[in-house]
Write a protein that binds this ligand. Structure first.
Ligand code: GDP
Ligand code: ZN
Length: 315
């Protein structure tokens, strides 16, 4: 049988088949997945093959195979073991909620998020929320930001999770897909999800309550089927995405507008910093590349160097 993992509680996995039957499954033996050493071999979102077992009149499943993942997101544990935990797999779209104030979302944060989405190969969409609260100047700023990110290739929608403005567009993008919602605390993630799927509110509330009581220190994700053809992965505690480990040389590839220009740089390993005849710096001078994006690029580069210095002992 084949199904998708909706939830995991340590050694048991809740797996749902395409025709909606739910089985509690476990793993027998050891799984080795190419290229990753993780604390959990199977994660929410994984497609798995399993066989049924009947014990004491209980029908449970044994996972025998994990399908190759389209993508997955991880979290590194902060303790010395540096173990990787796979949070979720096979995510189609990640929506980043952005607000200008209450709380402010800075372009540095947006760009960091987009870089991670590119590295994970997950489609990112920007939702500018709380547009019902903005004055004219702020609406102009939203327009500017949306134009900037659309030009690079990211879909941008101005929404209000309070009035419901443009929520139909968000739902249309979610149709037939697995989605995730991210953004700073207070940007309106729960309000938006509750508006899209009112019956889910209880679960979300229950989960965050548990967190406040400090019962769960590890991050766990859960997948939910919505009342229309859409799934969401709820990952309490994840505001952003973390930043993926990458080589400095790779970073420019995750800025799509830089990547497009790279072949026009004089040096094919151009980092777009001080090199002569750099197409990215020329585009910056011609205002074809945004300064905020370039600044984020340099900041992430610096941060990565810092990161590598700090972690060099275990590499
Ligand atoms: P979360 O931390 O991202 O889940 O944010 P919440 O959904 O809890 O929202 C934080 C606050 O912002 C709440 O008081 C919401 O009522 C409010 N809020 C969320 N979306 C909107 C919106 O589109 N317009 C307005 N005016 N308030 C909103
Ligand atoms: Zn260059």
């Amino acid at each position: 049988m084949t199904g998708t993992v909706y939830k995991s509680t340590g050694s048991w996995y809740t797996v749902k088949t395409n025709d909606g039957k739910v089985y509690e499954c476990r793993i027998k033996g050891k799984f080795r997945i190419k290229g990753i050493k993780s604390t959990n071999p199977v994660s929410v979102g994984d497609k798995v093959d399993f066989k049924l077992e009947t014990k004491n009149d209980q029908e449970t499943g044994v996972i025998e195979n994990i399908w190759e993942r389209q993508n997955y997101i991880i979290r590194k544990s902060v303790n010395l073991s540096k173990q990787t935990h796979i949070i979720a797999a096979n995510i189609d779209t990640v929506f980043l909620l952005v607000t200008l104030n209450n709380p402010p979302t800075f372009t540095a944060f947006i760009d960091r998020f987009l870089v991670t989405a590119e590295a994970y190969e997950i489609k990112a969409v920007l939702l500018f929320n709380k547009i019902d609260t903005y004055n004219e100047d702020e609406l102009l700023e939203i327009k500017y930001l949306a134009a900037l990110y659309r030009e690079i290739g990211y879909e941008c929608i101005g929404i209000s999770a309070k009035t419901g403005k443009n929520i139909d567009q968000v739902k249309a993008l979610m149709n037939g897909k697995v989605s995730m919602f991210s953004g700073h605390s207070g940007v309106g993630k729960s309000t938006l999800v509750n508006l899209i799927e009112p019956n889910l509110s209880l679960k979300t509330a229950a989960i965050s309550d548990q967190h406040q009581q400090g019962q769960h220190t590890t991050t766990f994700a859960e997948m939910f089927d919505l009342s229309f053809d859409a799934k969401i992965i709820d990952t309490p505690g994840i505001k952003g995405f973390g930043i993926v480990d990458m080589d400095k040389e790779e970073l420019g590839d995750y800025f799509p507008e830089f990547f497009e220009l790279k072949s026009k740089c004089k040096f094919n390993n151009c980092m777009h910093i001080n090199e002569p005849k750099c197409a990215v710096k020329e585009a910056l001078d011609n205002e074809e590349v945004a300064w905020s994006r370039y600044k984020s690029y340099l900041q992430i580069l610096e941060g990565e160097e810092e990161h590598y210095r700090k972690n060099s002992y275990d590499e």
